[in-house]
Design a protein around this ligand. Structure first.
Ligand code: C5P
Length: 220
């Protein structure tokens, strides 16, 4: 995945035409599009190939099963044309290894959730987030999903993993996180959903976030 604008769109709409219209509208300001259960359950897996015309696709299924089921899920995701899959780390090393094996067969990427961005993410996941991050690095994942709502956690995780993994960070805008803060804390990409797809002009909203990040990276 190429890093240009450092913005990933979380496209959680449930209408196929709207999804395609927004993806086309924002394509120059996003490095990837994240799709998950809302859009795929509503429109079917083929939406992945349709959207892949505009940007690389990250399939956010937060895969969390036994190794064999994880393998079957990841095969479906990559056959459908996704460039990366998001999986949970709390199911353990064997479950993660199964995802990474399939991804390497398809030459695709795995992102591991270390800690979720909503308030409940601090209840059970935060205490084990650092162990999950270490495991993801040892297992050879491409990146981690860490919370933009808690930039100090992103900073801590970055310190722990060094440059071994990329960090993508959801929670900017609607959940309260600020794009420039999260990039300053060490994230490679921010993930933004409602603040872009619900905006009057998704293109302008994406452009503004990309400009805020660019200014942060230039040190302004
Ligand atoms: O609309 P909003 O910008 O809050 O969307 C954030 C996206 O990131 C949603 O698709 C949500 O499911 C996802 N996500 C998250 N926290 C995580 C992992 C994924 O908010 N830890």
């Amino acid at each position: 995945m190429e890093r240009n604008t450092c913005v990933i769109l979380a496209l959680d709409v449930t209408d196929r035409k709207e999804a395609i219209r927004i993806a086309e509208d924002v394509r120059e300001f996003v490095d990837a599009i994240k799709v998950g259960y809302p859009l795929i359950l509503a429109t079917g897996l083929r939406i992945i190939r349709e959207l892949a015309e505009f940007a690389p696709i990250i399939a956010d299924f937060k895969v969390a099963d036994i190794p064999n089921t994880n393998r079957l899920i990841c095969e479906q995701v990559f056959e459908a044309g996704a460039d990366a899959v998001i999986v949970q780390g709390f199911t353990g090393r064997d479950s993660l290894d199964a995802c990474i094996e399939v991804a390497s067969e398809y030459r695709k990427d795995v992102f591991v959730v270390s800690e979720m961005s909503h308030p409940g993410g601090a209840e059970f996941m935060q205490p084990v987030a650092e162990a999950i991050a270490k495991m993801a690095a040892e297992a050879g994942a491409f990146g981690l999903v860490a919370p933009a709502t808690r930039p100090e956690r992103v900073k801590r995780i970055r310190k722990l993993i060094g440059d071994k993994l990329t960090i993508i960070s959801p929670g900017v805008g609607a959940q309260g996180g600020k794009a420039s803060d999260v990039i300053a804390a060490g994230a490679d990409w921010v993930i933004v959903g409602r603040s872009i797809y619900k905006a009057e002009s998704p293109k302008e909203a994406a452009c503004e976030i990309a400009a805020e990040i660019e200014a942060e990276l230039r040190g302004e």
